[in-house]
Design a protein around this ligand. Structure first.
Ligand SMILES: Nc1ncnc2c1ncn2[C@@H]1O[C@H](COP(=O)(O)OP(=O)(O)O)[C@@H](O)[C@H]1O
Ligand SMILES: [Mg+2]
Length: 317
């Protein structure tokens, strides 16, 4: 049993002229799990992943893979890493088997193991039956699955994927998400960036949220969702009443601390805006019942996490 895999970013900073793309990022990932690296476009995700894989050099700070400095011992540090960052297109007249053979060669996989490795990774990305067809005829999603296979060909214990599903059609996205989910089963540490919250919540165990080059939080998926839900966002739902609202009921609604605003859309239907996400909705329902205004139903649900995430990072409306 080897010691568990780790990725460490230590005060990692990258400036491009006046712009600080990454600002003293400290992050330690350890174990076999999938960590989502979430943030809007321009947040600094790709910059961080390029620093991790020594494609660019930090202005300050350092990163370590399995305890080995990427900046000082590149080759040794990256030996156990599979990478999907700005991968160039596979030459269209090659087949996956040929392309993966070339990559296995580059990665130093012994020739005797090529066939077995190629078959394994092609089945991991569900592309076995395409092994000997030319890549030029593949859809974008299929090409991306081959790119993922390429990152796995030397059987790395750490896999770094930069927005693997971005730019694909919905079906391609779903397939790539499925594959990333299945990669977890192999005791790997997966670090996947995405600007789409849904993608990260679908696939990952933990979320590292980054914006403007700074880490905003790193926590488990469940804790992150709870935090988003209580982040001061607002949601709107409709409440059904058994009788029209009287002035007494109106007074109760007006003095309730959780309710931001309300209007009668029908005599027995109220549209209520309140603070928070799902947690807020739970509280709202309890206080509506306690008000004794004849509440019989609540329709609609608190804001989707996606909206709250956008509000959190100040990109919502
Ligand atoms: N080579 C570069 N030269 C100048 N600015 C860059 C370069 N690479 C990235 N940036 C800038 O750094 C910021 C972070 O970019 P990036 O890491 O690509 O963000 P993300 O991957 O989260 O979308 C952006 O403002 C981007 O324009
Ligand atoms: Mg990027």
């Amino acid at each position: 049993m080897t010691s568990s895999s780790s990725i460490v970013m230590d005060g990692l900073t990258k400036r491009f002229g006046q712009l600080t793309a990454l600002d003293h990022l400290d992050l330690k990932l350890e174990g076999s799990k999938c960590v989502g690296f979430l943030g809007p476009n321009g947040a600094g995700k790709t910059t961080a992943l390029k620093l991790l894989s020594d494609m660019i050099f930090p202005t300050e700070g350092e990163c370590f893979i399995n305890g080995i400095s990427v900046q000082e011992e590149r080759k040794k540090a990256l030996a156990e890493v599979g990478l999907l960052i700005e991968t160039p297109e596979i030459y269209p007249s090659l087949t996956p088997r040929e392309a993966l053979g070339m990559i296995a060669d580059l990665r130093g996989v012994p020739h005797s193991e090529w066939n077995a490795r190629i078959e394994t990774v092609l089945s991991e990305v569900k592309m076995m039956e395409w092994a000997d067809k030319k890549v030029g005829s593949f859809s974008k999603g299929m090409k991306q699955r081959i790119n993922i296979a390429a990152s796995l060909v030397h059987d790395p214990e750490i896999v770094i994927l930069d927005e693997p599903a971005t730019g694909l059609d919905p079906r391609g996205m779903a397939e790539v998400r499925d594959i990333v989910r299945s990669l977890k089963k192999r005791n790997r540490l997966i670090f996947m960036s995405s600007h789409i919250l849904q993608e990260v919540t679908d696939v990952c165990d933990e979320i590292a949220l980054i914006d403007k080059g700074k880490l905003l939080l790193y926590d488990t998926l469940a804790n992150t969702i709870a935090r988003f839900s209580d982040a001061g966002a607002q949601s709107t739902v409709d409440a059904g009443l058994s009788r029209p609202l009287d002035s007494q009921g109106e007074g109760k609604l007006k003095t309730s601390g959780d309710i931001v605003s309300f209007e009668s859309v029908e005599p027995t239907r109220l549209r209520i805006t309140f603070k928070g996400g799902m947690k807020g909705q739970e509280k709202l329902l309890q206080s509506l019942v306690a008000m004794d205004i004849g509440i019989v139903s609540l329709s609609g649900r608190a804001n989707a996490l996606e909206d709250i995430y956008l509000q959190q990072i100040g990109r919502g409306d």
